[in-house]
Design a protein around this ligand. Structure first.
Ligand SMILES: *[C@@H]1O[C@H](CO)[C@@H](O)[C@H](O)[C@H]1NC(C)=O
Ligand SMILES: *[C@@H]1O[C@H](CO)[C@@H](O)[C@H](O)[C@H]1NC(C)=O
Ligand SMILES: *[C@@H]1O[C@H](CO)[C@@H](O)[C@H](O)[C@H]1NC(C)=O
Ligand SMILES: *[C@@H]1O[C@H](CO)[C@@H](O)[C@H](O)[C@H]1NC(C)=O
Ligand SMILES: *[C@@H]1O[C@H](CO)[C@@H](O)[C@H](O)[C@H]1NC(C)=O
Ligand SMILES: *[C@@H]1O[C@H](CO)[C@@H](O)[C@H](O)[C@H]1NC(C)=O
Ligand SMILES: *[C@@H]1O[C@H](CO)[C@@H](O)[C@H](O)[C@H]1NC(C)=O
Ligand SMILES: *[C@@H]1O[C@H](CO)[C@@H](O)[C@H](O)[C@H]1NC(C)=O
Ligand SMILES: *[C@@H]1O[C@H](CO)[C@@H](O)[C@H](O)[C@H]1NC(C)=O
Ligand SMILES: *[C@@H]1O[C@H](CO)[C@@H](O)[C@H](O)[C@H]1NC(C)=O
Length: 380
């Protein structure tokens, strides 16, 4: 066989390769690994698994980690049952204390729960002194009602943290009733994660902000990418805007909540909340999809065949939970230059519960190693 293959032109050889049996380029490894030309198999980067490296290498999560205060009560609650419901966000390591972690998440005020996200969502900062996976406790409200969908990222060019979100200031109503608002994406900045500049509106009627600075050591540009719903990508010469729509991939429909990042090889990725089961009137289980491109301008390949993750979560106590909803994916990466994904963060809701919370699930062996290096206990 080998001898015959060697005589065939390259194009013919490519036709004979069944993609489900072997890879021919790194694209067949979801750009999450390297395709060996000898064995035609993928060697996946840390944090990814499966023959085509399309699946996150999720490890069991710890119960009562993350930010789960769905059992909270408060004097200002309009109703009981949903507690301090939250809905995904970013883990950020404190700039001056490496053992302090922040979670910037949306939290519904007055006990109104996820169903009352509009207009009861606020943006809060929670803290963990027990490592990146938490548990986190409430520390500070950064933006009052109505503000939602925060994404927080460090901009090396600015030496500041940037927080993108949707919403606008409103007076909080006195019952848990949902209301409609235009989606407006705004941005704020902070040096210390505690004091934030006033939000500046950037894009009207657009939601799901996912920023990524184009800064690199070689090119210390202020240019920002801002991905949004439908995986469209805007650019701006700096975070203050104006933002111009540059990329409309079109082939990434039935998804929302994009999370955009660039990996160690310079390739580009989206994790998205996949909406394919909506066609069946369901919220899951096929909720986590991945798209990838060699250049952020595209072409983008949207993997609609296999999943990056689903609604089933295994826990360290040997139990597992199948969630009703699991959305708003975000990753926390290693800081060693390898961009290894260490934690997956989602907004989750269990079946028949009004409360929602923020789940943090470790990825690969790297999460524990990272925690150990920071001095967090073996028993975790
Ligand atoms: C979250 O909190 C609820 C109680 O409000 C509890 O039933 C559930 O098991 C908790 N989930 C996790 C993963 O900690
Ligand atoms: C919520 O659950 C946590 C974890 O089990 C517990 O420590 C806390 O006391 C509970 N709070 C309320 C108000 O029940
Ligand atoms: C719930 O959130 C409020 C802020 O809205 C905060 O004051 C309170 O401490 C939180 N409680 C818990 C248990 O997270
Ligand atoms: C939506 O935005 C438009 C234009 O800015 C404004 O005229 C309208 O009042 C807004 N609607 C709501 C419900 O906020
Ligand atoms: C945003 O949507 C509202 C209606 O929902 C419309 O009145 C307004 O003109 C839109 N604004 C822009 C900039 O498209
Ligand atoms: C640096 O990055 C900016 C923004 O992506 C780009 O326009 C510019 O050409 C780059 N400069 C060099 C020298 O590569
Ligand atoms: C950001 O870019 C805009 C448009 O190019 C420019 O007008 C503004 O001065 C820049 N702001 C900063 C802080 O560099
Ligand atoms: C998957 O993507 C391909 C190529 O874009 C498309 O032809 C096909 O209809 C999609 N399948 C589903 C189930 O969305
Ligand atoms: C979810 O993903 C896990 C891990 O790949 C798999 O074992 C499980 O069968 C999947 N569950 C569903 C409902 O697809
Ligand atoms: C949710 O509630 C419905 C109706 O009460 C019930 O049929 C269903 O089994 C429940 N689902 C779970 C996962 O508990």
């Amino acid at each position: 066989m080998k001898g015959i293959a060697a005589l065939l032109p390259l194009t013919a050889l490519a036709i004979h390769i069944n993609p489900s049996q072997g890879c021919s380029t790194d694209d067949d490894c979801s750009l999450n690994g390297i395709c060996s030309q000898v064995t035609q198999t993928c060697t996946c980067d840390a944090g990814w698994r499966a023959g085509d490296c399309s699946e996150l290498d999720l490890y069991p999560a710890t119960r009562w980690s993350g930010y789960n205060h769905t059992n909270a009560t408060g004097p200002d609650f309009y109703k009981e049952g949903a507690g301090n419901s939250s809905w995904g966000g970013h883990i950020v390591q404190d700039p001056s204390d490496k053992t302090l972690f922040h979670l910037i998440t949306s939290q519904m005020s007055h006990g109104c729960g996820l169903a009352g996200w509009r207009p009861f969502s606020t943006i809060i900062r929670a803290e963990s002194k027990t490592g990146p996976r938490g548990p986190y406790t409430y520390a500070q409200t950064l933006f009052e009602t109505f503000h939602h969908n925060p994404t927080t990222i460090y901009s090396p060019a600015d030496g500041k943290y940037l927080l993108y979100c949707i919403g606008r200031d409103i007076e909080t109503p006195d019952t848990c009733k949902s209301q409609k608002f235009n989606n407006t994406i705004s941005v704020s900045s902070s040096v210390d994660l505690r004091q934030w500049e006033a939000l500046e509106a950037q894009l009207e009627n657009v939601t799901n902000p996912a920023p990524w600075p184009l800064w690199s050591k070689q090119n210390q540009t202020h240019e920002m990418l801002l991905a949004v719903e439908k995986n469209n990508i805007y650019t701006a010469t700096n975070f203050s805007g104006p933002y111009d729509l540059v990329v409309e991939p079109h082939n990434t429909d039935r998804s929302e909540d994009p999370f955009l990042w660039q990996d160690k090889r310079g390739n580009w990725h989206f994790l998205v909340h996949y909406l394919i089961d909506i066609d069946l009137g369901l919220k899951g289980p096929r909720v986590g999809a991945h798209a990838y491109a060699r250049h952020w301008q595209g072409p983008w390949t949207f993997n609609n065949k296999t999943l990056a993750y689903n609604t089933t979560v295994e826990f360290t106590d040997g139990t597992s939970t199948v969630y009703y909803r699991r959305e708003r994916p975000k990753l926390y990466f290693s800081d060693d230059g390898d961009m290894t994904p260490l934690y997956l963060i989602n907004g989750v809701q269990e079946f028949n519960q009004s409360g929602s919370y923020t789940l943090i699930q470790p990825i690969g062996a790297g999460a524990k190693e990272y925690e150990k290096k920071l001095g967090f206990g073996e028993e975790r």
